[in-house]
Ligand binder design. Sequence first.
Ligand code: GTP
Ligand code: MG
Length: 309
Amino acid sequence: MSFTDRVQIHVQGGRGGHGCLSFRREAHTPRGGPDGGNGGRGGDVVLIADEQLTDLMPFRTRVHHTAPAGGAGEGRNRHGGDGADLEVHVPPGTRVLRDGHEVAMLPAPGDRVAVARGGGGGAGNRVFRSSTQRTPRVSIPGEDGEEAWIVLEMRLPVAVAIIGLPNAGKTALLNALTGARATVAPYPHSTNEPALGPLEDGYGTIHLVADLPGLAADGTERRGAALGQMERAAVVLHCLDASDPEDPAERVARVRAGVAPNLPDGAREVVVATKCDLAPAPPEADRATSATTGEGIAGLRDELIGWLS
Ligand SMILES: Nc1nc2c(ncn2[C@@H]2O[C@H](COP(=O)(O)OP(=O)(O)OP(=O)(O)O)[C@@H](O)[C@H]2O)c(=O)[nH]1
Ligand SMILES: [Mg+2]
């Protein structure tokens, strides 16, 4: 199970500084020798994993990343300074692909990798002086920096976990909230693998919503359950079937007991009554929804985005 966010960006190393063509001119040395300095190296574009970042959203609007050029050489044998590296911050867990192949992975905060090398600095004419060539009229321009289109990829963690008893309407709620098209069926355990859908906040950030099946009707976790995926969820939507004649308070308690070991610290749990087109929401529910009529769905989606941003 995975859902990846992906952006394409252009990276360009800094151009190397040009070498300088110059001859010494001093009051008492009428025909001075060559004194053109070398150009500096262009800076590299370096990706750095930064724990402050959690998604690739900034790259949707910042596509081109060009490192500074090296300084040009100057007369009096002054060499140009090297261009500084351009540090581009990416979220930890970012994978870097070039031409469809992984070229780097930055799993941990502080990891860094150069993705476009700066060009070498050019040589000034001082370099070309020799016993046979005392007045070299040649200098070399700086090299272009390396250039590439690369793809950044990141697996999104589950931000919103949907839980509940079998047949509670979890998958239907996921589909209604996110436009996913996971299988909804009128029997328990129709979903065996977590189903995923993206919740977009309108500014380009994607929050991953997951329907996490795996609770048995007695509230215990089944073998192979997906509840471990909840570990980073900020919101847990606990589905409570409004049309189920069994005692709602007892059902809520059963689900809570089943998920307790996996519930992330500080996660907000919201009890969402489902199928409210069939029956009124029980008092245990915080929200009333119907995936069939759309009741309560848009409002819940807006609330989720508010809680997650
Ligand atoms: N009338 C009505 N039926 C619904 C609604 N939401 C879900 N259902 C029905 O309830 C049944 C179960 O829905 P699912 O979304 O598959 O439930 P689930 O919790 O994902 O079930 P499992 O994956 O088997 O655990 C299906 O027959 C759905 O059509 C709703 O809002 N109104
Ligand atoms: Mg399901």
